[in-house]
Every structure is written in C-alpha cells, then in structure tokens.
Design a protein around this ligand. Structure first.
Ligand code: BGC
Length: 761
C-alpha cells in the first residue's frame, strides 16, 4: 500500500514536472519562432510582406465567384515575385509539391506557401455532415473524425482546413445549417473545441495535423430570413451569449486561424469590424493566430456600400484586423500605395505578416516545406479500412430515432419481405453531403447496399418511385427537382402492397443544402410527399429513413407513419450505419441538436428563447404571443431522440439549494433502463435564471452525459454547478453573475425532465 502511494506520488510529481517542462518547451519553441519571424520580417520588402497577406484559389476548383480573372500563368509570376502567401483549392501531392517548390525555389526569400482547403467533414473518407455528428452529442467522435480528415488532407500536402464552421443557426431556411452543430451554444462549443483538437492535435508541426480555422466570425448563422449572404441584426447580449461561445472555445483549444464572414452585423460588415476582430478576438480573447477573409469578402465591402473602391476596402479591412485577403485582390493591388500615402501604418501590415509567418513556422514549413506532401501516404491512407470503420461508427452514432410506434423497429433480419423505396435509398452520392472535399462521386454505401450487407441477403426488393431530381447535380449548379413526371409511382405502390414492411428514404438531396442553398419551403420537395401517401395507403408498416441537412417539415409523416429515423447525410458508410440501426445491431442514441419545426412560418425556432410578456393565454382571448394557425411549439424539441429501450429519470438531488461565489452544487439523478435491451441515453441539464437585469432564456443547456445501461440497470448522472455556469453578458456590456432564483431540470430533452430549484446568494 505504502509503495503504491509513494509510486503514485512520484508519478504525479513526474507528471507535473513533465507538464511544466512541456509548457517551458512550448514557450521556448514559441520564442525561438518569434526570433525567426523577426529576422525574416527584417529582410522583407513591403510588397513581399503584402504578398504574404494575399491568397488565391486554384482555377481548377473554385469555391466562389472569381472577382477578377487571374490565370494560372500569372500566379506563377506572382509567386516568384513573393506576391502570394497562400493558395486554396490546390490538391493532390503532385500539385501541392509543384506549387510549393516554385514558391520555395523561385522567390527571393523562398517563403513556403500555406495551402488550404475546405475539409469540413472528411477529405476522401466522408464523415456525417457536422450537424449530424452533433446529434451524437459525443465531442470525442467529432475529434476523431477531424483527426482522420487531417491525416488524409495532410498526406496530399495541405496544411490548413477552413473548418470547423461553428456558426450557431436558428433558421432552417439557411442552406448552411448542415455545416455547423445546430442551435445551442453549449453543445456547439463542445463540438467546436473537439474539432479543433482533432485537426490540430497537440503539435501543429506533426506531419499528420493541419491548422484549423474557426469560421465565420461572426453571426453568419443569424442572417435575416435564412437567405444566404444576407444581413444580420443582432443585439449585443445574443452576440456574446449565443454566437460567441463556440468561437471562444476554438480560441481555448488553440485554433491557429479564424475566418471572418460575408454578412454585416448591425450595418457593419464583419470583415470591416474592428470590434469583432481587434477588440474581441485579438484583444479580449488574446487570439494570436491570423484572420483570413471569406472569399472576396474584402471586395464585397463595395456592394455592401461601405467602400467606394477596392483601395478603401483594403484600408477598412486591414484596419479592422483582417490579416489575409482571400480572392479579393484588394490588398495586393492597394496596400503598398496606402502605406506610401501614409493611410496605413506599416505596423498593421507587420502584425498581420508576423501572425501568418508564425503559423507557417509552427507548421514546420520552414524546416521542410514538403513534409505534408507524401505520395506514399496519399496512396495508403485514403479511405483505408480504419478510416471507413470510423466513418461507419460515426454514421450510426449520429442517427436519431424520432418515432417508433409499437416497436416496429428494429426489423428482423429474415422472414420479412422488405420493400425499399425512393431515389435517395439507392443513391451512393447524396449521403456524401455538400461540403465533400475530395470524396469520390458515388462512393458512399447506399441504403439499399447497406441493408444487403447487414442482412446478408439480397432478397430485399427495391423500387425507385418517381425521379426526385433531374439533370446534372453539382456543387455549383442549382438543383432541379422533378415535380410532374410520375412514372415509377405505380410500381413503387405495387411493391409496397406486396411487402411486409416498407423502408422509404425521403428528405433532401445533398445539393439542396450547403452554401447558397437557402429555401423558403422546408417541406419535402418534388413528388416525395405524394409517394409517401400512396405507399401508406397500401402498407401500414412504413419506416421513413430521413436524409436531410436541415430540419424539415414532416407533420403529416409524424402523424401517419409509425417509424421515422433521422439519418441526415451520413457520409461514406451511410448505408451500413443506417442498416445496423434498422436491424438492431446498434441501438440508436442520437438526440436532435436542433428544434424540428411544425412549419417554416415558425422560423427561427429555438428552445432557448425568451418568455415574452405574454407567454400563455390565461384569459382565453387572442392577445398572447402565438400564431392563430399553428402551434408555437416544435414538432420535436431540441435534445429529443428515442431508443429501442426506454429510460426513466428519478431521484433528482441537489447537494445544496444555495450557491455562493466559492461553492458548487452537485446535481444528481438516477437514470434507469426500463426496457428489454441495452441502450445509451444522453441525460441533459438545463437551467433557467428566473429574474435577471435583462430577460433570460426559458432554458439553457448547461451539461450533458451519455451513459450506457443494460436492461433494468440504473446509473447516477452527476453535474456540478458553479457561478461560472450562471454568468451571462448583460446590457451593461459586461459578464454578470446575479444573485437570485434558478430553476433546473435533468431529463431526456429540452422539453421534459425532473425539476428543482436553487438560489444564488
Ligand atoms: C465560404 C467559406 C469557404 C470559402 C473557401 C466561401 O464561399 O463561405 O466557408 O471556406 O468559400 O472555399
């Protein structure tokens, strides 16, 4: 015993001294980098400095409209002259080596380029879209998928991803809902932190880690009416309490870069906002990485009407703290003149260059500019078995069971005649999602294939039904949906009538979601609703597999179909993951990271809303906060999701009902598996601040725990509350903790739970 205690002590002393050592090492390494950066800076001409702030996309892959045409040959000349510091959309070990060697060998100072790409939910191995992955409520899962994405991306010579996208979103009309973690800042912050850690690891110079980029700073998810690139009007408390937490979590995780945003915030474009980039990010939060503009967002200061020309745009953006100009041509063409005219202090340029060079040094690019470029690794890591296995794990853990009347699910693997219906069921492309990096077209496991793989039989029957989409589908084109050609309808109905069970895949094509894909109608498009109703007329055992990248309107389905499984766009292994859930090899445990509306008219809809002055209709008259034609409640609340077993919550206990500045309250509740099979449950803690100096949300998520329970097993979940959890940014422009009374809930979602209360003295 004695020995054990002594060796534990020794181990902890070693651990502490290792930690101190590591810290010292990091700061030594950092200051060594600082010295190198200063030495390099001293050698640079003004135009070479400005070159470091200039980023172009390759012309063979464009993720936005090119503001001016610059041909590939011109790039080579500019690189040679030190006028380009970074490129995006150059991929493949050969191409990245080629451009890098040109920069290193032909330019005067040989400064390596930093090469970037949108690796959002995988590089070739596709993971679930980020919204889906958030439904797992497992930050470790997101960390792992980001880690794998980095391993694949780095092998082809990429150093930097434009991810994670951490915009809180509340309006399902917005196509980019799929790219973030949903509506909640607490869950969003946990996922954001994990993703940064996944991409960057503990050491940026490791050849398998890449720099991450927290985007889009800020409030892009709050664009008016869900229309992409639209304006944002937002109050300061909401900006700080709801929008900022995931960004702050990225800074805490050591994120290397930030991207600003296309939108205005209260009339000032984010790209020209000193408040966001200098005061908050680089000031209050002490962020020491660099900020890249969004695609030509400096150039877009012109149509926003805050700059008369690119020169003024460059002046505004550099002054506000945008360090690198993506595809804007504003810095490279104007900053030199602005400095010479005394309009821009060269110290601003030096600061931006320092930040960029520091990240290049941290990545190890000055030691070996090609270290990330590894054709051997490129050949072996892409879609390797280990990565695909992780993608399958992530797929099944992201699935949310929304309805399961009379335990229709899970299905038996044999003895049933199963009809699989719908274009989305055989699609090997839709599950890859919309920001799909280098996913190979049609490389996902379709639902039909997944069912065959899982049941070990090819006896299922498939009918496509009417076409869902028509024509060419791609990242840059508008999707065309079939609304009139009903061929295939009768065959699908006939198959449904002859089968024991129907599994029908419905929802959205992946190209209905993503950038530029806002919609005013979030119900199922085309002939899908009609197909569903026809099938339901002839078969009562209908399981809907939903594939979608935003919350969609499914009232009729929720009313009339016995089983609904939310399967989002789940990536390379989608079909296998879904089939494991349908046939009970995996018991679904995901919970919605977003409220599902009853109608588009309810948008924006979110659980952490305010009470209003007239929350209920005690008098029975019309004068209260509601709609006359629709409930104001969601169809499925935030945090909701079922399992093949059931859970009960009991014994809510607080260690004290009074909290003080230096104490904590331990909250405990017992969760019991009351069903027949093992399952996982995500227990959630919500708090309401009853009276504040400004209005406070009716509920806020403050903790969650995912536990596994065998049948009849009980476990105690435990949460700690300190004053930190009660802090909020108030009207005074400060973070407050105000004494008063608080309600608290522990339960399975944002609308249910055991309730208690406490007060802060
Ligand atoms: C998007 C960014 C993306 C960039 C580069 C922009 O249009 O808003 O999220 O990183 O393009 O592809």
């Amino acid at each position: 015993m004695h020995k054990l205690i002594i060796s534990l002590l020794v181990m902890s002393i070693i651990a502490v001294s290792c930690q101190t050592d590591n810290k010292t090492k990091t700061s030594e390494a950092d200051s060594a980098i600082d010295v190198k950066v200063e030495a390099l800076l001293a050698k640079m001409t003004l135009i070479e400095k400005i070159g470091q702030l200039n980023q172009y996309s390759s012309r063979w892959e464009m993720t936005g409209p090119a503001p001016e045409s610059v041909d590939s040959m011109a790039f080579y000349t500019m690189v040679k002259e030190g006028k380009i510091g970074s490129m995006l959309n150059v991929t493949g070990a050969k191409a990245t080596r080629n451009i890098q060697s040109w920069a290193v060998d032909s330019s005067r100072l040989g400064i390596p380029l930093i090469l970037a790409y949108d690796v959002i939910h995988g590089y070739e191995t596709m993971f679930p879209i980020p919204l889906a992955e958030a439904a797992s409520w497992e930050p470790e899962l997101a960390k792992k998928s980001s880690r794998i994405a980095a391993v694949e991306a780095s092998a082809v010579g990429l150093h930097w991803t434009f991810a994670p996208m951490v915009d809180i979103a509340r309006d399902a009309r917005w196509g980019r809902f799929m790219e973030g973690s949903g509506e909640d800042p607490y869950l969003g912050a946990k996922m954001a932190y994990a993703r940064v850690k996944g991409f960057q690891g503990d050491d940026l110079s490791d050849e398998t880690t890449i720099a991450a980029c927290a985007k889009h700073f800020a409030a892009y998810g709050f664009i008016e009416s869900g229309r992409d690139y639209n304006v944002v009007q937002i109050g300061d408390p909401t900006l700080h309490n709801i929008v900022f937490p995931p960004f702050k979590a990225c800074v805490d995780a050591g994120v290397a870069t930030f991207m600003n945003a296309f939108n205005t915030i209260n009339e000032t474009p984010a790209t020209a906002s000193s408040y966001l980039q200098r005061d908050i990010l680089k000031g209050e939060w002490g962020f020491d990485g660099f900020v890249v503009s969004d695609w030509n967002s400096i150039g877009e200061l012109l149509p926003h009407g805050v700059a008369a020309d690119k020169k003024e745009a460059a002046l505004k953006a550099i002054t506000a703290g945008s360090d690198m100009d993506m595809e804007g041509n504003a810095y490279i063409n104007n900053l030199e003149e602005l400095v010479n005219e005394g309009e821009v202090d060269v110290a601003l340029i030096d600061d931006a260059v320092r930040r960029i060079l520091t990240i290049k040094f941290k990545l190890g690019l000055f030691d070996d500019p090609y270290k990330y470029c590894n054709p051997e690794r490129e050949k072996t890591v892409m879609r390797c078995d280990e990565h695909l296995a992780a993608a399958k794990e992530a797929a099944k853990r992201s699935i949310v069971l929304l309805k399961n009347e009379n335990n229709l699910l899970p299905l038996k693997k044999d003895g049933l005649s199963i009809a699989v219906i719908g274009e989305l069921a055989e699609s090997k492309d839709v599950p890859l999602g919309s920001w799909r990096a280098k996913a190979i077209t049609n490389s996902a496991v379709s639902l039909v294939e997944g069912i065959k793989n899982t049941t070990g039989t090819s006896k299922i029957s498939f009918a496509k039904g009417p076409d869902y989409t028509v024509g060419y589908r791609s990242f840059v084109t508008e999707l065309k949906i079939n609304t009139s050609n009903r061929s295939g309808m009768a065959a699908a109905k006939s198959l449904a009538s002859k089968s024991d069970v129907v599994v029908i895949a419905l929802g959205e094509d992946c190209w209905q979601t993503g950038e530029g894909r806002s919609q005013t109608d979030i119900s199922m498009k085309g002939l899908q609703q009609e197909l569903l109703e026809e099938v339901c007329k002839v078969n009562k055992n209908v399981v809907v597999v939903l594939m979608n990248g935003r919350p969609i309107e499914i009232n009729w389905m929720a009313e009339n179909v016995p089983a609904i499984v939310e399967c989002w766009h789940l990536g390379s292994e989608a079909g296998n993951g879904i089939a494991e859930v349908l046939f009970g090899d995996y018991n679904p445990a995901g919970k919605l990271p977003v409220s599902f509306p009853k109608s588009v008219g309810q948008q924006p809809l979110y659980y952490n809303h305010f009470n209003t002055g007239r929350p209920t209709n005690g008098e029975g008259n019309v004068f209260w906060s509601h709609y006359t034609d629709e409930s104001k409640e969601p169809l499925y609340p935030f945090g909701y999701g079922l399992s093949y077993t059931t859970f009960s919550y009991s014994g809510l206990e607080l260690s004290s009902t009074e909290l003080t500045a230096d104490s904590k309250i331990v909250v405990k509740a017992t969760v019991t598996n009351t069903g027949e099979v093992a399952g996982e449950e995500i227990a959630q803690l919500y708090i309401r601040d009853l009276v504040g100096s400004i209005s406070r949300p009716v509920k806020e998520l403050k903790g969650f725990e995912k536990i596994t329970l065998e049948p009849k097993e009980s476990k105690v979940v435990s949460f700690e509350i300190t004053t930190k959890d009660l802090e909020y940014y108030g009207a005074s422009g400060e973070w407050n903790v105000e004494p008063g009374d608080f309600n608290l809930w522990v339960g399975p979602n944002s609308a249910e739970g055991l309730e208690s209360s406490f007060s802060l003295k």
